[in-house]
Design a protein around this ligand. Structure first.
Ligand code: PHE
Ligand code: ZN
Length: 867
């Protein structure tokens, strides 16, 4: 078979389709688990009380486990009584009520995929932890491991006393010594809430704990516990405060209070994702929970708070109401991301929060939607569900909920969410259910279902016409979405376009309105408009679309100074930059208008709102710019153009940098919004000053590093010195390593600042991968080098660069296919490259196909190669 690579997937055999959904034939009422950990294996005994729901076989899933014993209703089953193949154990003709007893053996010690029960840490820091979402529970025991099977879990955990911490979901009901085994002890946990198996968790470790309390609006006193290794316990205070803030926020904003007496969070150094919302027992990547001023940058610390909130909010949106099947993943993720974004917006400037969320969406989700991995927010088929934890499901999913919330208005949105919780509490539901609850006050909400079904980013184009005699303004908007192969021809979507008209003379808003564009093309009319206004569109990014409007650069500059909302001011800077760097308008825009507008805006804004001022200097990353280029993408050219523009900004405002840097002196650490803003702006000013070759800038950088009061200052200075190769920067890198050698998360920063450096070479990447502290089994460390490296496309898209990158994928394909596949997805837009890079990338991907075997990587590769 010449053309079909040996390892290619047989799609039709492996695809799971939404349209084939069938409810389970059996539900589980209760599960009793007994997990015994030994030196080199674990034994898991379980008793499942099952009740028939519909006709059909009794099906359990199980992977990488050894079945020791199985009995049904008290009688041992022989191999001929059931069928076992392809990860399934099937019992035909089971009676209507079944008590299944199972005994299995698993090996957490060799589990490098970090799914199921696995080991994290090493030596005295070794711990056992679980990760079950989406389909990890089937690596712990045979079980109907699907989200629409909800059961009451009781878990007994037994281990050596070297591990004093034994944690499970729910309430601790008993603990003690194991009779006849003086070195061993156990704990029994009971979770009173029905839950799907993906929310199961247990932890066996030796950890310290930070404890606090929260009394809910319903009067329940909840014990809050953050578990971490003793050296990290001081870094748990930020997370604890965020947890308490989140609990109050959900009570106030959604009327949702916590429902158990205990809420636990465990920090784990080896974790594939950010964190996991297991019922009452969240498991967190250390990077998403630990934070201290000395070791954590402000932006990472902010992320810690957001992730804590996200996982906490899942207790209602995800756990109490869960997903019927994994196609509905956005039901819990989109809504929960929207909720954590709203929480974060209440903790800082809401404009800056919106800027950061939109920047992420545009950089990653728009890129995904523009390439072969494009899929609907609710996908219709998959081979490996782990491949669908994407920015489309999460971030575009959140944008849809935001459109729903804005369309309904605060009061009706709250009525709708109240109805959602009232109707579906304790159930596993669908996106349609969600929309039907939200639409109780307004039936047009149901029209948004197409946003969940249709891939691709809509492009909204428009122009205006002013009739002076009639004092009338019309705005014509049209929408277009690319037709993604394999999907129906795109339909027009309901697109809310927040619009304001500005009077050119006074600079004031004369009308503001939410336009709903729900046809291919529409004209909106405004009367009593006395002079031709400047129109501001898509304010606050009212829909996840790309906007092309026939602005003059001067109109955008006008909006930069007159817009009342900080987000909208940022948005016009991004439009200006894009017009300069990408020829989206007929003639390339010249930077003059942009530079002039910045010069006018920056000094005052730096004074009033330093954080926003810092954002207005944003120039999209090379990857984000690349996502707008659909053919003959030349990474060298883009890098050059981007750097030229950056240099022009730096040079044209050269005097400003000196003034600003001096206005922003280093101060004792504070986490006030002013201090955060000053630090963010100072770091950018420093980089600009180095770019403009301000004479004192090198000095400033060195002093900022030496006298830093916190990691934001120290790392900001280090990064600037590394990127500008300031004389002696190697010495600062060495110092940084020495200072923080014992702290993995800081050493991750040390790796990433080198791997993402503007001048990085493939030799540097190789030597980082060969460094004694590099560890293939720690996803954070792998990402600190290899994901950081992707920020330099000119080096990545070379034979040597891709060789390293695909080499990493080959290496991880077997040990951690989930991470391998996620790394691969970053290469999705290889086909847009200019020759000979395109051809070279194609060959490397074809070669990769011969060397991988996980279905995770094969599915992604199939899609990526299909471009
Ligand atoms: N459900 C987790 C979250 O969004 C993410 C996750 C998915 C973690 C799969 C682990 C595995 O909060
Ligand atoms: Zn989530």
């Amino acid at each position: 078979m010449p053309d079909v690579p040996e390892h290619a997937l047989n799609e039709s055999n492996n695809k799971i389709n939404l349209k084939d959904y069938q409810p389970p034939s059996f539900n589980v009422d209760t599960v009793d688990l007994d997990i015994k950990l030994f030196e080199d294996y674990a034994q898991v005994d379980s008793t499942l009380k099952m009740v028939r729901q519909t006709a059909g076989d009794l099906v359990l899933f199980g992977e990488d486990i050894e079945l020791l014993h199985i009995a049904m209703n008290g009688e041992g089953l022989a191999p001929e009584d059931y069928q076992q193949d392809a990860g399934k154990l099937t019992i035909a003709d089971a009676p209507d009520t079944v008590i299944l007893e199972l005994s299995v053996k698993i090996c957490p010690q060799t589990n490098t995929a970090l799914e199921g029960l696995y080991i994290a840490g090493s030596g005295s820091e070794t711990m056992f932890v679980t990760q079950c979402e989406p389909e990890g529970f089937r690596k712990i025991t045979f079980y109907p491991d699907r989200p629409d099977v909800l059961a009451i879990f009781t878990t007994r955990i037994e281990a050596d006393k070297r591990y004093p911490t034994l944690l499970g979901n729910g309430n601790l009901v008993e603990q003690g010594d194991v009779t006849d085994a003086p070195d061993r002890h156990y704990a029994i946990w009971h979770d009173p809430t029905n839950k799907p198996s993906y929310l199961f968790a247990c932890v066996v470790a030796d950890l310290d704990v930070l404890t606090d309390y929260h009394t809910t609006s319903e009067g329940r006193k909840v014990t809050l516990e953050l578990y971490a290794k003793s050296a990290d316990i001081d870094k748990c205070h930020v997370g604890m405060q965020a947890l308490k803030d989140s609990m109050v926020w959900d009570e106030v904003n959604y009327g949702r209070a916590y429902d158990l007496d205990r809420y636990m969070i465990v920090a784990v150094s080896q974790f594939n994702m950010g964190a996991m919302e297991n019922k009452g027992l969240n498991i967190f990547n250390t990077a998403c929970v630990l934070s201290s001023p000395e070791t954590t940058t402000d932006s990472r610390s902010f992320n810690v708070k957001a992730v804590i909130a996200h996982e906490y909010f899942h207790n209602w949106t995800g756990n109490r109401i869960t997903c019927r099947d994994w196609f509905q993943l956005c039901l819990k993720e989109g809504f929960t991301v929207f909720r954590d974004q709203s929480f974060s917006a209440d903790q800082q400037s809401s404009a800056v929060q919106r800027i950061d969320d939109v920047a992420t969406l545009r950089a990653y989700q728009f890129a995904e939607d523009a390439g072969p991995l494009a899929h609907p927010v609710r996908p219709e088929s998959f081979v490996e569900i782990n491949n669908f934890y994407t920015t489309t499901v999460y971030e575009k999913g959140a944008e849809i909920v935001r459109m729903l919330a804005n369309t309904l208005g605060a009061e009706n949105f709250r009525k709708g969410t109240d109805e959602y919780f009232r109707r579906y509490d304790g159930q596993a539901v669908t996106v349609e259910d969600f929309l039907s609850a939200l639409s109780i006050t307004d039936s047009k909400i149901e029209k948004f279902i197409d946003w969940y079904r249709q891939p691709g980013t809509p492009v909204v184009s428009g122009h205006q016409h002013y009739d002076e005699k009639m004092q009338n303004l019309t705005i014509t908007l049209s929408q277009q979405t690319r037709h993604v192969a394999g999907f129906d021809a795109p339909k027009p979507l309901p697109i809310p376009v927040a619009t304001a008209l500005f009077n050119r003379e006074s600079g004031n808003i004369i009308a503001a309105q939410m336009l709903l564009l729900d046809q291919a093309s529409q004209t909106f009319s405004f009367d009593n408009v006395t002079s031709e206004p400047i129109v501001s569109l898509l304010r606050d990014f009212s829909a996840p679309v790309q906007l092309n409007y026939d602005y003059q650069d001067e109109d955008l500059a006008f909006l930069l100074t007159h817009e009342t909302n900080g987000f909208n001011r940022w948005q016009v800077t991004q439009m200006l930059v894009n017009r300069i760097l990408l020829s989206t308008n007929d003639a390339n825009s010249k930077p003059d208008v942009y530079l002039q507008a910045l010069a006018e805006t920056l000094p005052k804004l730096a004074h009033n709102d330093a954080m926003l001022a810092a954002r207005l200097l944003d120039i999209p990353s090379p990857q984000e710019l690349a996502s707008a280029i659909h053919k003959e993408y030349d990474p060298v050219l883009i890098k050059q153009q981007r750097e030229d523009l950056y240099k022009q900004v730096a040079d044209s405002l050269k005097e400003q940098w000196t003034i600003l840097y001096q206005q922003l002196p280093l101060q004792a650490y504070s986490d006030s919004p002013e201090a955060l803003g000053a630090r963010a702006l100072r770091n950018i000013v420093l980089d600009m000053a180095l770019t403009a070759e301000v004479a004192e800038a090198t000095n400033w950088a060195q002093q900022q590093y030496d006298n830093a009061s916190c990691m934001t200052e120290r790392f900001g200075a280090l990064k600037a010195m590394v990127n500008h190769q300031v004389a002696g920067y190697e010495g600062y890198l060495a110092d940084f390593y020495q200072r923080f050698q014992a702290d993995d998360l800081v050493i991750d920063l040390w790796f990433s600042v080198q791997a993402s450096a503007d001048h990085v070479s493939t030799d540097t990447i190789k030597s980082l991968l060969a460094h004694a502290d590099f560890d293939w089994n720690t996803p954070n460390r792998v990402r600190s080098v290899i994901s950081a490296f992707t920020s330099q496309p000119t080096v990545l898209w070379t034979p040597k660069g891709l060789d390293i990158y695909t080499g990493v994928i080959k290496k991880l394909d077997d040990s951690n296919p989930l991470i391998a596949s996620r790394l691969l997805q970053v290469l999705a837009r290889w086909y847009t490259l200019v020759e000979p890079r395109r051809q070279m990338a194609h060959e490397q991907l074809l070669d990769l196909q011969q060397h991988v075997s996980s279905k995770h990587v094969l599915e992604s590769l199939d899609t990526v190669l299909g471009a």
